[in-house]
Design a protein around this ligand. Structure first.
Ligand SMILES: *Cc1c(COP(=O)(O)O)cnc(C)c1O
Length: 364
C-alpha cells in the first residue's frame, strides 16, 4: 500500500539535509522550522493561520477546545472514519453523535446529519474521507442555517481543492495529520490545524503548549501537543514533492476508473472535480470482499480495509449516540470496502498488474 524506500534519492537527500540542519541548530521543539512550515502550510491551504501540533487527533481536539466545545455539547460525525476522529471528540469532553453515510461516496449523509441536529449540537466534524471533498456548499449552508460550526477533518485530503478553495479553508477550521502514511507524511507523528479565525489560532497555540500564554503563565488547562523542529523541517522538504505525488495518484486512479471492469466490483463515486480528490485511498466495493482480498494477496498485491469495524460497533463505543434511523449504510460499507494500492511510487507495470488481477477475479 506504500513504498517509502522507493522514494527518489533527491527527496531522501533533502530529508537528510533538513535533519542535519536541525541537529546543527541545537533547537528541537517549536522554533524557526515549525514557524516556517506553518507559514508554508497556511499559504497552501489559503488560510490566515496554521498551528503545528503533535498529531491529527490532537488537531481536532484542540480545534474543539478552542471553540469552547466540551461537556454537554454534541458533535456530529461519521462512523466510517479513523477512530481518531471520534476519539478527539471524546477527549475534548464533548459527546460524539454518529450519522450514517451516503453509500455512493461513503461520506456523511446530509439527511442523516439533519436527523441528528438538536439544541445541544455545536459542530459537524466533516471527514474528507479517502481524500475527497464533496458537496461542500451544502455542508456550509447546513452549518450556517443550523448555527453550528463546520470543522473539517482533512487528515486524508492534503490540499484537495473544490471550486478553487482548499481543504481546511471551508469551515471554521481544518485538522491535518502528517502521520507517515498520509499523502504528506513525517517520519513520525505530526499534525496541523488551519483557520482564518485569529482567536481560534491564538487559543490553539496556547493549548498545544500547556495552556501557556507567555513563559510560565498558564491561563488555560492545556496539553502537550507541540510539533518538533525535525518533523517540521522534513515535512517542508517533502512538501516540495506533494503536488507531483498527488498528480501521480490521480493518474493511477484514472486508470483504475477506466480499466477496472470486473463484474462483481463497484467503484466509489467519481470526484465532482479532478482536483477535489487526492486519492489518499482508492476504494472499491465487492460483495465478496474477503475473497477478493485473498485473491489479490495471492497475486502479490496488498489490499487493506478502511474500515472493517464502524465506530458504533467498536467495543468501547457500543452505546455511542447515533441517528435514530440507524447506521445501516456504514455497516454495509464496512462489509464490502477494499482499498487497493494507489501510491506515487507505483510503476505503470504495477498499476497494470493490479488492474489485470482484479479483472481476473472470479466470484464464487
Ligand atoms: C489519520 C487520521 C486521523 C488521525 O491522525 P493522527 O495523526 O494519526 O492522530 C484523523 N482522522 C482521519 C480521517 C485520519 O485518517
Amino acid at each position: 500500500m506504500n513504498d517509502f524506500k522507493a522514494e527518489p534519492n533527491e527527496l531522501k537527500t533533502a530529508m537528510l539535509n533538513s535533519a542535519e540542519r536541525v541537529i546543527e541548530s541545537g533547537w528541537y521543539v517549536l522554533g524557526k522550522e515549525v514557524e516556517n512550515f506553518e507559514r508554508e502550510w497556511a499559504s497552501k491551504c489559503g488560510t490566515n493561520h496554521a498551528i503545528g501540533v503533535a498529531n491529527g487527533m490532537d488537531a481536532i481536539e484542540i480545534i474543539l477546545r478552542s471553540l469552547s466545545i466540551g461537556p454537554g455539547d454534541e458533535v456530529i460525525t461519521t462512523p466510517m472514519t479513523a477512530f481518531a476522529s471520534v476519539l478527539a471528540i471524546f477527549r475534548a469532553g464533548a459527546t460524539p453523535v454518529l450519522a450514517d453515510i451516503d453509500p455512493e461516496s461513503a461520506h456523511l449523509s446530509i439527511e442523516s446529519v439533519k436527523r441528528c441536529i438538536n439544541a445541544k449540537t455545536k459542530a459537524i466534524l466533516l471527514v474528507h474521507l479517502y481524500g475527497q471533498i464533496r458537496n461542500i456548499r451544502q455542508w456550509q449552508s447546513l452549518a450556517k442555517s443550523s448555527d453550528i460550526y463546520l470543522i473539517e477533518d482533512c487528515a486524508q485530503a492534503h490540499l484537495a481543492k473544490l471550486e478553487g478553495k482548499t481543504a481546511g479553508s471551508f469551515g471554521v477550521a481544518g485538522a491535518y495529520s502528517f502521520y507517515p502514511t498520509k499523502n504528506l507524511g513525517a517520519p513520525g507523528d505530526a499534525g496541523m490545524l488551519v483557520t482564518d479565525d485569529g482567536h481560534l489560532a491564538n487559543m490553539a497555540a496556547c493549548l498545544r503548549n500547556y495552556g501557556q500564554s507567555v513563559r510560565y503563565f498558564h491561563p488555560e488547562i492545556g496539553l502537550n501537543s507541540r510539533l518538533d523542529e525535525m518533523h517540521a523541517a522534513i515535512l517542508s522538504a517533502r512538501l516540495k514533492w506533494l503536488d507531483n505525488f498527488t498528480a501521480r495518484r490521480r493518474e493511477i486512479a484514472s486508470r483504475y476508473y477506466a480499466e477496472i471492469t470486473a463484474p462483481y466490483v463497484r467503484l466509489m463515486a467519481k470526484p465532482q472535480e479532478l482536483e477535489a480528490h487526492v486519492y489518499h485511498l482508492f476504494v472499491l466495493l465487492c460483495p465478496q470482499r474477503d475473497a477478493l482480498q485473498k485473491h489479490l494477496e495471492h497475486h502479490g498485491i496488498q489490499a487493506l480495509i478502511h474500515y472493517p469495524v464502524p465506530i458504533h460497533l467498536q467495543e468501547s463505543c457500543l452505546s455511542i449516540k447515533r441517528d435514530p434511523a440507524g447506521l445501516e449504510f456504514s455497516e454495509e460499507h464496512a462489509r464490502c470496502c477494499l482499498s487497493i494500492p494507489c501510491h506515487p511510487q507505483m510503476s505503470d507495470v504495477d498499476v497494470t498488474h493490479v488492474i489485470t488481477s482484479i479483472n481476473a477475479f472470479q466470484a464464487i
